[in-house]
Write a protein that binds this ligand. Structure first.
Ligand code: GGG
Length: 352
């Protein structure tokens, strides 16, 4: 029995999660052995109690579940994001979810904003280190200056880069390391050394370091030569949002964070790339596709490829029919979009 912890979180998180739950029910109805428990961790709880995720909940998440399905965190009432640190950054760090995989595979030509590039010509996997870099939350503010420290450990960098080499080898594509080692000599110098070492272990992979600023320019000019891009937490965050735009926007982008060498039960967290989007809350305008596609990634990781493909095909079918939420140029509300995707599932079940 696959035990899933569901954390809707803040902002549009609960709205998009409500659209993903029917896909869990659908998989269950098809005979897949799964169950889920909702954890109400988020800003409301933090504001009411001062605690966003209790120690007891963390231990239950880690030891009694196989995967987390996560919505979004972030709330303007907590401008320093302390509760988000307690939830998402804690889960990423303490579940050792070093690898954040953000696949970019545009579904529809119409949604690709680049001139002369077809959807099926772009297939890029971004692997972003998920626990360190400048997001280690260490630093200080002094009179007249502020500092954010950036930590890169050999262990975490090697885990991330080894996964990137493995993925590039299995896809038979190029691997780029996005870096700024010309200025970030210590941290990114370490990335470059580990990258060079692993390159010797994966001789079949064409592995190329590239300055992150030049990479952004090259991606917009022509994303077709790129296959796998590895990056630290900060650069990976920026690159993957750019690539989400190639898919049609943040509303369509899904991700998984995982621990390749976990010695605890819960080693993967699935979430849309988008955040809590406070400006959309309560308007029923959010696009639930990234959340639903994150559930598809979860099914794929569980080995349920048929269900994962069926969901992806259903999203494509909805987009091909010209329907979509406002961010995609359509008129559907969040609930209508979720229902439209769900309505396209039965057609694909027959072929499974
Ligand atoms: N699903 C990704 C997520 O929630 N990330 C956290 C984040 O970006 N928070 C900022 C915000 O929602 O404003």
């Amino acid at each position: 029995m696959l035990q899933i912890a569901v954390i809707p979180g803040d902002g549009i998180g609960p709205e998009v999660m409500a659209q993903a739950i029917p896909f869990l029910e659908w998989a269950q109805a098809r005979g897949r052995s799964l169950a889920w428990t909702v954890f109400p961790c988020g800003a409301e709880r933090f504001l009411a109690t001062g605690c966003a995720l209790s120690e007891e909940e963390f231990v239950r998440l880690r030891d009694d579940h196989d995967a987390l399905l996560f919505g979004a965190v972030g709330d303007p009432r907590i401008p320093d994001g302390r509760h988000a640190e307690e939830i998402l950054l804690r889960l990423r760090r303490d579940l050792r979810l070093h690898v954040n995989h953000r696949p970019c595979f545009p579904l529809l030509d119409r949604l690709v904003p680049l001139k002369g590039v077809a959807a099926n010509e772009i297939r890029i996997d971004v692997l972003r280190e998920n626990t360190e870099g400048p997001y280690c939350l260490q630093g200080e503010t002094q009179p007249g200056q502020a500092m954010d420290f950036s930590i890169h450990t050999e262990a975490a960098v090697e885990i991330l880069l080894r996964e990137a080499f493995r993925l590039a080898a299995s896809r038979g594509c190029r691997l780029h390391l996005a870096h700024k080692a010309n200025v970030l000599k210590h941290g990114h110098g370490l990335w470059m050394r580990i990258f060079a070492g692993l390159k010797l272990q994966f001789p079949s992979v064409e592995a190329l370091p590239i300055h992150a600023d030049a990479l952004l320019c090259a991606l917009v000019q022509d994303p077709r030569p790129f296959g796998v891009i590895a990056a630290d937490n900060f650069i990976g965050d920026l690159v993957s949002d750019l690539l989400a735009a190639f898919q049609g926007g943040l509303g369509l982008a899904a991700s998984v964070s995982f621990s390749p060498q976990a010695n605890h039960r819960c080693a993967a967290l699935f979430e849309p790339v988008h955040g809590s989007a406070p400006d959309l809350v309560g308007l029923d305008l959010a696009n639930p596709s990234g959340m639903i596609l994150s559930a598809a990634l979860l099914f794929r990781r569980a080995g349920w490829e048929d269900e994962a493909k069926a969901i992806e095909s259903a999203v494509l079918a909805v987009l091909e029919s010209g329907l979509g939420t406002r961010d995609l140029g359509g008129t559907l509300a969040c609930g209508q979009m979720g229902q439209a995707i769900l309505n396209h599932l039965p057609r694909y079940i027959a072929g499974i």
